[in-house]
Every structure is written in structure tokens, then in C-alpha cells.
Design a protein around this ligand. Structure first.
Ligand code: GLU
Length: 397
């Protein structure tokens, strides 16, 4: 009752809630296969760990880092964007934070006023909607369809824009659908954005390295878009560094300065040792990342083929990230005799309790007919999880 309206307006993070539930089951000794959390099952590459160890041993990194991150790390991020993404960022455009999630939160706090609208391409990553609400602004969901690989079109964006629209946000490669916007699709979206002088784009590129088609365009690189784009990225996914908590934005200086102000009041800065690891990641050899991506590619094929064997399940073929977002609504209304599955929440709870596989309900991502499955798990676990799913679903009538 005493919690703020701001907190009452949001749900707990569904991805983290499902992961916690799976952990509870495991602690009870139940052999649950957890495909809920989007978390690489690989270890952080050795050269990154070594750099962090060296930083501790050198004893030079025990005090507060600069609020937006160490200068050398910000320069390295800017150089990467110049070289690989064709965007002329400088260190002054970069703010390093405690994960891309905090980067997005900083941006929302820095930019949004009550009543502002943010267009969220749906299905969307669970925290976009919550972070807009925390900033007391209004999320406006624009829905992609399974037929179009869940991708929102420029025409849909154009229709959703109102005088109150402050920004649009999407991820590409997309969490949860795995879709990747082509350069042409981003050009079409940017044409719409540029018709509105104050409209901004928050482009979440956290899965940039896990892209199986290679057509990775940063919308900030398109003509006129540098001044309109906040690029979000981080180290968790591409370098298997989820626990290190290092994300960043690259944005026009006034937005970077605003985010920096938020960060200075909320967390002071990102962990010093993690930043030294991140520097090694961004300046180092990408072959460990490439190896992980090849593994994900194999697993994508495996899971795609296994999902096809489950009657009634419809899935798009993902081109990036490490998720499937299958439509399981065929099973809604069906029962195992004791439990009737009404929606995605019931489906996931039942799958956890009876099938011992944890997934995340699609409702948290804006599409209740679907569930999200992370294939950042071993081939053995994926085979077993899909077998369990197929067998248990066959008991529903
Ligand atoms: N981004 C990951 C996911 O979607 C990690 C959990 C989270 O922060 O939501 O599963």
C-alpha cells in the first residue's frame, strides 16, 4: 500500500522471476532445465579474465572511476563504433553503466517527462515497458506479426507517432524474436523519424555479435540519424560477461551528459575491475566470440528442427540473438485432466512444474500467444528439454 505509484505501475522482471522460480525448483533437488534466462552458458574468455586479475594486482583500480567510465574504455568503444559500425562517436558520446539495462534506465530518466509517449516495437524485451513507466511516461506498443518475422514496419511507426511521441525503442537482433532489421528496413524507419524534428530512436544492439546473417546496420550510421539515435550496447552477450555488468550508450553529447547526470546520482559509476575486463574485450581478439556464435548457430538449427516436431507450435526462424519465440496458443484451453492451460503464464508454470523446463511467458514481451525459449544452453540440455516439452504436451487434451 505504501509503495509509490511508480513501482505499483510495473511488474517484476519476468525473465528474472522465471529464473528465480527455476532456481527454487533446482534447490529442492528437482532436475529443471532452465531455458528462461538469456545468459550465455560459456565462460568469459580467458584474456578478459586475465585483464581483470591484472587490474586487481596492479592495485590502481580501487577508487571511484569517472562517472561515465574510464577514458580509455570510452575511447575504445568510440573507436569500435567508428571502425565496425561506421558511426563517428567520440569518447564524449559514451557512458558506461552497470549493464545495458541501466544504460536504458538512465536514458529514460534523462529524456522522459510525464505524458511523453515512447513507441516500443512489440514483441519487446521485458524491461523497455517497465523502464518507460518508471520514468512516468507512456509506452505505446506497435505490434509486429509472426508472418513478418515479428518486425514492425516503417508504415506502422508512422501511424503510431503523435505530437507526444518522444522516442521509439527496439532491439536488433531482437530479444525475444531473434529478428534482425535489414539496412533497407532501418532506412525506411529513419525516413519516418526524420520527418519529426524532435523524435529520437533508442537502438538496442546488445546482440550485435550474435547475428547469423551478418547484415548488422546501426541506425545511427544512416544519414541524419547520428543526432537522433541513442545506441545501446554492452558486453554481457557477445563476450559471455553477464555477471560483470557492463553496458553503455553511445549518443549525442547532450543525451550522454544527461545520462551521466542520472548515473552520478544513482550509482556513481560502473565497477572499476569490470571496466578493465571490458577494455580487454573490446580491444582484443574476437575469435572466442566467433566460436560461441558458431555454437549458437548449431543450436538454433537443432532447436528449430525439434520445435517443428511438436504439434501445433509455430515459430519464426531467428536470424540473431539466442531465442525462439514460438506461438503455443494451440495448447490454450487444453487440459491434462487436473490443470487447464488458459494462457502463456499457465503454460510456463505447468511446463516448469510438470515438464521441468523453464521458459518465459510471452505476455511479458507483449505477445501472450508465445513463450520465450533461450537456446544459450548445452546441446545435451536442449535435446532433453525439447524431448520433455514434446512428451508432456502430448498429454494435453
Ligand atoms: N536480457 C536477458 C534476458 O532477457 C537477461 C535477463 C534480463 O535482464 O532481463 O533474459
Amino acid at each position: 500500500m505504501l509503495l509509490s505509484n511508480r513501482i505499483n505501475a510495473i511488474e517484476e522482471s519476468a525473465t528474472l522471476a522465471m529464473a528465480a522460480k527455476a532456481r527454487e525448483f533446482k534447490n529442492k533437488g528437482i532436475d529443471v532445465i532452465s531455458l528462461s534466462l538469456g545468459e550465455p552458458d560459456f565462460k568469459t574468455p580467458q584474456h578478459i579474465c586475465d585483464a581483470a586479475k591484472r587490474a586487481i594486482d596492479e592495485g590502481k583500480y580501487f577508487s571511484y572511476p569517472p562517472v561515465p567510465g574510464y577514458q580509455d574504455l570510452r575511447e575504445a568503444i568510440a573507436a569500435k563504433y567508428q571502425k565496425e559500425n561506421n558511426v563517428p562517436y567520440k569518447a564524449e558520446n559514451i557512458v558506461v553503466s552497470n549493464g545495458a539495462k541501466q544504460s536504458i534506465a538512465n536514458v529514460m530518466m534523462a529524456l522522459l517527462n510525464p505524458e511523453d509517449e515512447v513507441i516500443i516495437f512489440s514483441p519487446f524485451w521485458v524491461s523497455y515497458d517497465a523502464l518507460v513507466r518508471l520514468a512516468e511516461a507512456r509506452p505505446v506498443l506497435v505490434k509486429g506479426t509472426l508472418e513478418n518475422d515479428f518486425k514492425v514496419t516503417a508504415a506502422q511507426v508512422e501511424k503510431a507517432i503523435t505530437p507526444k511521441t518522444k522516442a521509439i525503442i527496439f532491439s536488433s537482433p531482437c530479444n525475444p524474436t531473434g529478428s534482425v532489421f535489414s539496412k533497407k528496413e532501418l532506412e525506411d524507419i529513419s525516413t519516418v523519424v526524420l520527418k519529426h524534428p524532435n523524435l529520437l530512436v533508442i537502438a538496442d544492439e546488445i546482440y550485435e555479435h550474435i547475428n547469423f546473417v551478418g547484415d548488422q546496420t546501426s541506425i545511427a550510421s544512416l544519414p541524419g540519424m547520428f543526432d537522433r539515435t541513442i545506441t545501446v550496447n554492452g558486453f554481457a552477450k557477445g563476450f559471455a560477461m553477464t555477471g560483470w555488468r557492463v553496458g553503455y550508450i553511445a549518443a549525442p553529447k547532450w543525451i550522454a551528459d544527461g545520462s551521466n547526470k542520472v548515473q552520478g546520482q544513482i550509482t556513481s559509476a560502473n565497477c572499476s575491475i569490470s571496466q578493465r575486463g571490458a577494455l580487454a574485450a573490446i580491444t582484443g581478439d574476437l575469435s572466442p566470440t566467433k566460436k560461441m556464435v558458431e555454437e549458437y548457430r548449431k543450436r538454433r538449427e537443432l532447436v528449430y528442427n525439434l520445435l517443428k516436431e511438436i504439434p501445433g507450435v509455430k515459430a519464426n526462424y531467428p536470424h540473431g540473438a539466442f531465442y525462439f519465440f514460438p506461438d503455443v496458443s494451440f495448447y490454450f484451453g487444453k487440459s491434462d485432466g487436473a490443470t487447464t492451460i488458459k494462457d502463456g503464464d499457465d503454460f510456463c508454470l505447468w511446463m516448469l512444474e510438470k515438464g521441468h523446463v523453464s521458459l518465459v511467458p510471452g505476455g511479458a514481451f507483449g505477445e501472450d500467444k508465445c513463450v520465450r525459449l533461450s537456446y544459450a544452453a548445452s546441446e545435451k540440455d536442449l535435446l532433453e528439454a525439447l524431448r520433455r516439452m514434446r512428451e508432456i504436451l502430448a498429454t494435453l487434451k
